[in-house]
Design a protein around this ligand. Structure first.
Ligand SMILES: [Zn+2]
Length: 540
């Protein structure tokens, strides 16, 4: 008889504090003219405080002083990656429901990897793979389409997923041309204002600048030395050190492809956001509009140089200035207190393992590349020779299920054999046979993080979890994707319309953002929502 185990827990991982003051009336309180969602790609919560003294008064500091800060906001699933992160913020749910299980993943039907925003029907980029509605979708529905919704980012996924399924536009950077572009999925992929923006060739002029530190480099005491052996070196540079003369480096680094890995990728994003505001007349009438911005250069620079680098500190000091100019623009053109702004991240990031090891701290580099062969060899010994593995990616193993069927083997048993083997490898903490999700319910611990990130049709057969501090990466730079605090702990800031200054350390999940906005606007929740409105924000 099959043993079925259920874990009942009284408390889910993310709860609101019932002792918060509540509004005394349930009457509707109207809506703002504009909601601005800002995702800072790869931003850790701790950066707010590490760099605080170096920020100016009008960016992060102003949001933190005049707004509401949740100091304990986490991703509640594995994998903490860009596409799942953006989808989860805007859908209020996790990959198990919205289906965006990675930036790319192995597709069993197509027998190849697909990109998260790859539209195999229209043969272009679109949000088709995202299976749940976003808060931006719900705003469109609530206003019979009268709300304007625009998504903007350097990365396609950073623009496409937040803007939802039926926005007025989603625009992202094209690395071949330095222009911003869209796709035929959208009704108006090439508006007049975008053509004018591209005609200004901002990418070209920004790539003629030199990236030097904003402040004298000796003042970057929050970061390690500029020159380490654990940072990427641009082609044409001897060492990974300031200054970066982009006019010289661009030709050796694929020209426009270089821009996102400089702070000026954020600059051009801000310029485009303002151009979209003007071009689409956003926030100019009584119907609530939504501008979704995702800043990508923080992530590109984070991957290349790591969280203790001068480069990362510098991109945040400069982003602080971008935010200051953006907020000043909204104040002037939408009106102080007339817009609601939130800021968070799509994931955070791990420390650079080499730097950790040098300080006697646990971390490591897991060799993922030859894993497919190793698993095949191991299964060859146990159940006979064959191509048992279709793919390994996103810390998941995809088994050759048709071969397993053909040989009349039980899938869960093969999964268990692979999990047993992987579990013995150095650097792997847990290897988990996915079919256990059929019989067990996990509400806490690592298994619950995997469960919320697991999609039945799309995810792999065996899920791997590395030991804390371990990444599958080369020795320079870093990565993210785990369920550990360094990857899950992100900022959650609220500012503007109906937001009173305050701070809270109650634990909240990233999936609480969607329903919090729904609650503030009194509209329907994104249809796959698993989170809850944050009491301290909606009733403070
Ligand atoms: Zn990201």
């Amino acid at each position: 008889m099959r043993k079925i185990i259920f874990f009942f827990v009284l408390l889910v991982a993310c709860t609101s504090n019932p002792n918060q003051p509540v509004r005394t009336s349930a009457e509707p309180s109207g809506r703002p003219k504009l909601v601005v969602g800002i995702i800072v790609d790869q931003m850790r919560h701790e950066y707010l405080y590490r760099y605080y003294d170096k920020f100016g008064n009008d960016g992060f500091k102003r949001i933190m002083k005049e707004g509401f800060v949740n100091k304990n906001t986490h991703y509640n699933y594995i994998p903490t990656k860009t596409a799942p992160g953006h989808a989860s913020v805007y859908t209020g749910t996790t990959p198990a429901v919205h289906g965006i299980i990675g930036n790319s993943w192995y597709d069993r039907k197509l027998k190849r990897d697909i990109e998260n925003v790859e539209d195999t029907v229209l043969k272009c980029l679109s949000p088709r793979n995202m299976l749940a509605t976003t808060i931006t979708d719900e705003l469109k529905i609530a206003t019979q389409g009268r709300s304007k919704v625009i998504g903007i980012s350097i990365k396609d996924r950073g623009a496409i997923l937040p803007a939802g399924h039926n926005p007025d536009g989603a625009f992202w950077y094209e690395e071949e041309t330095g222009n911003f572009t869209s796709s035929k999925y959208y009704n108006n992929p090439s508006p007049e204002w975008l053509k004018k923006f591209n005609d200004k060739h901002y990418a070209d002029s920004l790539l003629n600048l030199t990236w030097n530190t904003l402040l004298p480099i000796a003042e970057y005491t929050e970061s390690g030395p500029d020159d380490t052996n654990y940072e990427e070196i641009f082609e044409g540079k001897e060492r990974p050190v300031f200054p970066y003369n982009l006019a010289e480096l661009r030709s050796k680094n694929d020209n426009f492809e270089l821009l996102p890995t400089t702070p000026f990728g954020n600059t051009i994003t801000t310029l485009l956001a303002i151009a979209a505001m003007e071009g689409e007349k956003i926030g100019q009438d009584e119907v609530t509009d939504f501008l979704a911005i995702s800043y990508s250069s923080t992530d590109k620079i984070g991957h290349a140089f790591g969280p203790q680098s001068v480069e990362v500190e510098d991109v945040y000091l400069r982003l602080d200035q971008e935010l200051a100019s953006l907020i000043a623009y909204f104040d002037k053109n939408v009106g102080k207190g007339e817009y609601l702004l939130f800021l968070t991240a799509d994931h955070a990031t791990a420390e650079v393992p080499g730097l950790m090891n040098d300080q006697k701290m646990p971390a490591g580099l897991f060799p993922e590349d030859d894993l497919k062969d190793k698993i095949n060899t191991q299964l060859g010994r146990l159940i006979g020779k064959g191509n048992w593995v279709d793919a390994v990616g996103n810390e998941q193993v995809f088994l050759n299920q048709s071969l397993i069927q053909e040989k009349k083997l039980e899938l869960v048993k093969v999964q268990q054999l692979v999990a047993d083997y992987l579990g013995q490898q150095e650097g792997i903490a847990i290897a988990f046979p996915a079919n256990l999700f059929k019989t067990n319910h996990y509400a806490s611990g690592t298994e619950a993080l995997l469960y919320r990130g697991y999609h039945w049709k799309r995810s792999g057969d065996i899920l791997m979890v590395y030991e804390p501090g371990w990444i599958a990466h080369e020795p320079v730079g870093t990565s993210h994707g785990s369920g550990y605090a360094y990857d899950t702990h992100v900022p959650m800031l609220w500012f503007g319309w109906k937001i009173k200054p305050g701070v809270s350390s109650n634990r909240h999940c990233i999936t609480d953002i969607g329903p919090t906005i729904s609650n503030l606007l009194d509209i329907a929740w994104p249809n796959g929502t698993r989170g809850n409105p944050i009491e301290e924000v909606v009733n403070n």
